[in-house]
Design a protein around this ligand. Sequence first.
Ligand SMILES: C[S@@+](CC[C@H](N)C(=O)[O-])C[C@H]1O[C@@H](n2cnc3c(N)ncnc32)[C@H](O)[C@@H]1O
Length: 326
Amino acid sequence: MEQFLENYGHLGWGKWYDALEKLVKEKRAFLDSAGGNFKTFKQVVDTLPEIDSHTVDPSFDLSSNAVRVGQADQLLPDEKERLYNGLVNLCPWRKGPFDFFGVHVDSEWQSWMKWERLAPHLPHLENKKILDIGSSNGYYMFKMAAQNPMFALGLEPQSAFYYQYCAAQKYLNLKNVFCLPATYNDLPAMNRFFDLVLCMGILYHRKSPVEMLRQIHDSLAPGGRVVVENLVIRGENNSCLFPFDRYAKMRNVFFIPDLSAMEAWLIRAGFSDIRCVDITETTLEEQRRTPWIQTESLEDFLDPNDPSKTVEGYPAPVRAIFMATA
Ligand SMILES: C[S@@+](CC[C@H](N)C(=O)[O-])C[C@H]1O[C@@H](n2cnc3c(N)ncnc32)[C@H](O)[C@@H]1O
């Protein structure tokens, strides 16, 4: 986290720098004194084998489906065992896959499928300032890092996912990728700062999605872009599904818009040049149970007698990607 300030402190970001410095210090103090899962997962990452003692730096590959670092023969057998056990102790791995020195982490989501739907629509990322809200273990930031952004900054408040990110960075060591164990609300207002904001898998958890989109809009430099990936319902009737209680067994799901409601939200938040670039039904190929999660997955969330519906009787998950300009 501190590396972010060190790298960019000289750029004269004035009040933005001060605000970020305050947040980084708060989060460092939090991590240093945290108990519970934060403490447990930190210890797991600390005990993952170091690679400093090895003469050859591990190479990495950000272009394959799995974010890949190192070769199987770069670790001694006992190091490999410690690596495997440590990675298992960071479960559940929702996003991925990853390949660490030949240990394949087969995550619940085949995140490369979303990446392939998204990547052709992204602007040039070189030297850009990117924010990824709800970055999980950083899978998409690592993918974007291949295009040399100035930085990708992730926000991820959940301990397991934050420390999965730390584990990946222990080996990838990408100098322009950062993550704060913070929520979006923790981030100070950074008006006209970012060139690209990713808001993927977040908005349906918000009670006030338009307010969040407005804040994202204001945080973007003029001409900056937002990627909003969200659950949608099919149709263009300018309406939303608002579940009585759970949706696909998820708590805290509020508005699931149809395509025109999503467009209206983006317009009301101040965006222009709004395009829906993808609509995809979530399949059992993309989201499924693997040995790297211990929880239920998509097949448990769908009606066994009619997989076009969730167990609650709502339309099964469909996700859309919208791009818009501030
Ligand atoms: C459905 S996942 C989406 C992950 C990733 N963005 C993707 O599209 O695959 C939502 C992520 O956002 C994180 N999250 C939840 N509330 C958040 C908040 N208020 N601010 C930032 N991240 C949040 C969760 O911990 C989780 O990792």
